[in-house]
Design a binder for this molecule. Structure first.
Ligand code: FAD
Ligand code: DLZ
Ligand code: SF4
Length: 510
């Protein structure tokens, strides 16, 4: 049967069984389309990165004797959506079967499913052969349960797939080393330089400009630093394993204005486009640990493995269990707009200035910057989760909805009311100062709660708890906070609420 196989921009898995034999009846199609570039305002580096990686992938397939149709953004016959282009190809080339890999995003999944139901040729869906678990793995595991604890799921995956296990016991006897992974970067500590590629992407950048696609952020199109093929992705993974792994866990939560990238792997773009598989990533890291016994402490390795087979698989499972309802959850009923400076970095708050500016310059910030700086502020300011999602989904290189929305709407904004997290991740300046070097050079004063130059996080923090008391009072994990709040003098409480009100009314000037 003359078969057309669709490959999406985040399905660049060269080890997929599809590609292990060549079949003269099969033609692959990849396409750069406006439906994907415009469903949110993406970072320019993200659009360039996806197109560059897609083009390289198509070239690799062709070099391996596969037939490929690659539709470029500005091609005259590009109808700018998956379904329209596929219809056109079927009628032009006479394909009599259509095959695709299961999309990771609900929107695209629905689109293709509906298209398949309407079309008059046979269609077939394939697994992406990327994740440890199937889409419904988490749903089946937690069957009929009301709570979905990540730790429980993580242990289940470790056991099921035999990762860092001795029979049915965790290797080293302990499951969780999180307690060891909360160190602040020592003053003047200089991490090894991050590995930055020097890809030339001028051509793609020009094509995007020509098409007038609206984007955010900046780019150096002569030295594009992100990996854009599997080979570079493997080099980045190797670099992480040899240079950064030994400090990964220790400093995974720490933040500094001096560096845009610390001991994190920065492989999320390679993973989410499937240029790397999660299995090969953890195998590489475990191999590094095993071959350097004594030199790399186990907390660094377990901390990293937990991100990949714990958090990443867990978020995907929650996404498929809870979509499409998940994308409209708004537990606190938040309605505010995101401050303008989220799009420019123009704020006097040092933690936000650095976290936002590096997001705009590199399409990257690490987990704690996303959770405890930008996300923390958006939640304290009562921003509508739709706005928060649109920002996160646009700004990061690695942002694909299944992993963005569960982290943003769920973990960071608690808009799901506690499906992903057991309590809202909010803090005053104390936490940010404990984990970072931002506060010492900030315009605001971390220890001041009210008055001139008082750190906005301090009053907004108490204002948040005050405002949502009825919704959170019963949460056993935050009883202590309410005990403190209730014991505060009425006058101090009033001052805090007034300070917060002033900041919220003048949010664009902060
Ligand atoms: P490392 O710290 O080196 O971790 C290694 C890998 O573990 C990552 O590459 C990633 O694949 C995985 N990982 C780590 N934490 C998580 C997590 N919480 N959920 C899922 N996978 C995880 N990650 C995305 O891939 N895409 C997103 O759109 C995204 N949006 C986020 C939004 C918010 C508000 C928050 C708090 C987190 C978000 N994350 C997202 C998770 C995490 O911040 C990024 O995966 C990580 O910062 C990527 O950088 P890295 O590769 O250097 O990660
Ligand atoms: C993110 C992205 C962008 C910007 N552009 C394209 C594109 O033009 N063509 C494509 O196939 N994929 C693109 N992607 C990634 C898709 O949005 C992603 O494949 C879907 O969201 C499915 O997860
Ligand atoms: Fe951020 Fe407040 Fe610290 Fe400034 S003082 S860096 S605003 S936490």
């Amino acid at each position: 049967m003359k078969t057309l196989r669709l490959i999406l921009g985040d399905q660049l898995n060269s080890n997929h069984s599809w590609f292990q034999s060549d079949n003269s009846q099969v033609t692959y199609v990849m396409m750069e389309v406006r439906t994907e570039t415009d469903y949110v305002t993406h970072h320019i580096q993200k659009v360039v990165g996806f197109f560059a990686a897609m083009r390289n992938f198509a070239q690799e397939l062709i070099a391996n004797n596969h037939a490929v149709i690659y539709i470029k953004l500005n091609d005259a016959d590009n109808l700018q959506s998956f379904d329209l282009n596929i219809n056109q190809l079927i009628s032009k080339e006479g394909f009599d079967k259509f095959e695709y890999q299961l999309p990771d995003e609900y929107r695209v999944d629905q689109l293709i499913k509906k298209w398949c139901e309407a079309v008059n040729i046979p269609t077939e869906a394939f697994d992406t052969e990327h994740f440890f678990e199937e889409r419904d793995g988490l749903g089946n595991f937690f069957h009929a349960k009301k709570t979905f604890l990540m730790e429980t799921f993580y242990r289940h995956i470790r056991k099921k797939h035999g990762v860092l296990m001795d029979a049915d016991q965790p290797r080293t006897g302990k499951w969780n080393y999180d307690q060891d992974n909360r160190k602040k970067l020592p003053k003047n500590h200089k991490p090894n330089l991050p590995l930055e590629f020097e890809n030339k992407v001028e051509q793609i950048f020009e094509e995007i400009q020509l098409a007038k696609i609206k984007t955010i952020g900046t780019i150096n199109d002569k030295r594009f630093l992100w990996p854009i093929n599997r080979e570079q992705s493997i080099v980045l993974l190797d670099y992480f394993a040899t240079e950064f792994l030994s400090h990964f866990g220790d400093f995974q939560d720490s933040m500094t204005p001096a560096e845009w990238s610390l001991y994190h792997s920065r492989i999320s773009f390679s993973l989410n486009t499937k240029m790397l598989s999660p299995l090969e990533v953890i195998n590489r890291v475990i191999f590094e640990w095993e071959s350097n016994q004594g030199k790399i402490a186990f907390n660094q390795v377990e901390g990293f493995v937990r991100q990949i087979i714990g958090w990443r698989e867990y978020m995907r499972g929650i996404y498929w269990l809870k979509m499409p309802e998940y994308e409209s959850l708004n537990f606190f009923g938040h309605k505010e707009k995101l401050p303008d400076w989220f799009w420019t970095g123009g704020t006097k708050m040092n933690c936000l200035k650095h976290s936002i500016n590096q997001s705009l310059d590199f399409g990257y910030a690490h987990h704690i910057q996303r959770l405890m700086v930008t996300g923390n502020f958006a939640l304290l300011a009562g921003v509508n989760p739709d706005e928060v999602d649109a920002w996160y989904l646009g700004v990061y290189m690695d942002a694909i909805q299944w992993v963005e929305i569960t982290n943003t709407r769920g973990m960071s904004q608690f808009a799901d009311g506690g499906i992903v997290g057991t309590k809202p991740y909010v803090s005053s300046a104390a936490y940010i100062d404990k984990m970072s070097h931002y506060c010492s050079s900030c315009y605001y004063q971390k220890n001041k709660k009210t008055g001139d130059k008082a750190c906005p996080f301090n009053s907004l923090y108490w204002n948040f708890y005050d405002k949502h008391e009825a919704k959170m009072d019963k949460n056993p994990r935050i009883g202590m906070v309410y005990n403190l709040w209730r014991r505060m003098k009425p006058e101090s409480k009033r001052e805090l609420i007034e300070q917060a009100k002033f900041y919220l009314e003048n949010i664009n000037d902060l």
